[in-house]
Design a protein around this ligand. Sequence first.
Ligand code: CTP
Ligand code: MG
Length: 227
Amino acid sequence: MAYEVIIPAAGQGKRMGLGKNKLFLELDHLPVFIHTLLVFENDPNCNGIWLVVSSDDKKQMSELVKKYAIMKVAALIEGGSERQHSVYHAVKEISDDTIVLVHDAARPFIQTDQIARLTKVAEESGAAVLAVPIKDTVKRVDGDLVVETVERSSLWAIQTPQAFRISILKEAHEKAVVDTYIGTDDASLVERFGQAVHIVEGNYDNIKLTTPEDLYFAEAIVAKRKI
Ligand code: CTP
Ligand code: MG
C-alpha cells in the first residue's frame, strides 16, 4: 500500500540532556535519524519523505541526508515551536491524494511489516495508529495520594507511525489551528472531530529515544538485531 511519510525531526531533545539534538547521536555508527530515514528509504511502498528540521540543524541534517544517499527526501521543511506545528508545516505542502504516515525521527526501530499492517488499516478506515498494551499498573494520583487504579485492560501506549488519509489529517490540523488546540499526537487532533482512529498492535521495541536510559535499551535492540 503506497504512502508518503512526514518525519518530524525539529525538536531540541531537551530531556536527553545532551545540549544538542538527540537525533545526531550515533547508534551502530549511524545517526539516529538516519536509521529512521533508511527504514522508509528501503520500503518500496514509501513514495516520499517529508523531513521536518529546525533552522539550527538544517545544514547538518541536509549534509547527512546526502551522505547516506536518502533519495526519497522530497523536501526539508522548516520546523515549528511545537511538534504539532512541525507536522502541520509538512501537511500543508502535501498535494497528492495519498495515505500519509507521521513518524517521529526519534523512533529508529520501526520495521516495515508494522508499517505495512498500519497502512492497510488506514487505507480501509482513514486513520490508524500503532500501539502496544500497557504493561504497568496505572494509577491516577493527586499530590502523593492515589485517587484510583485505572482499569488496565483498555489502556494502550500509543506510538508512531500514525497513518491517515491526507484529507482527514489536513482537516484535523486546520481545525486545531482555528481552536488553538495542541495535542500530544496527531491522532488526538483527528479524534476531536469524531473520526474513528483504529489501533494496530505494534512491537514493544519501537521505542522513542527520550531520556538517557533509553539509550541502554537502544544499544540492546541494536545488538539483538545483529544476531
Ligand atoms: N519534534 C519536532 N518539532 C518540535 C518538537 C519535536 O519536529 N518542535 C520532533 C522531535 O525531533 C522528535 C519527535 O518530534 O523526532 C518527538 O518529539 P520528542 O521525543 O519530544 O523530541 P524533542 O522535542 O526533541 O525532545 P524534548 O521534548 O525532550 O525536548
Ligand atoms: Mg518534545
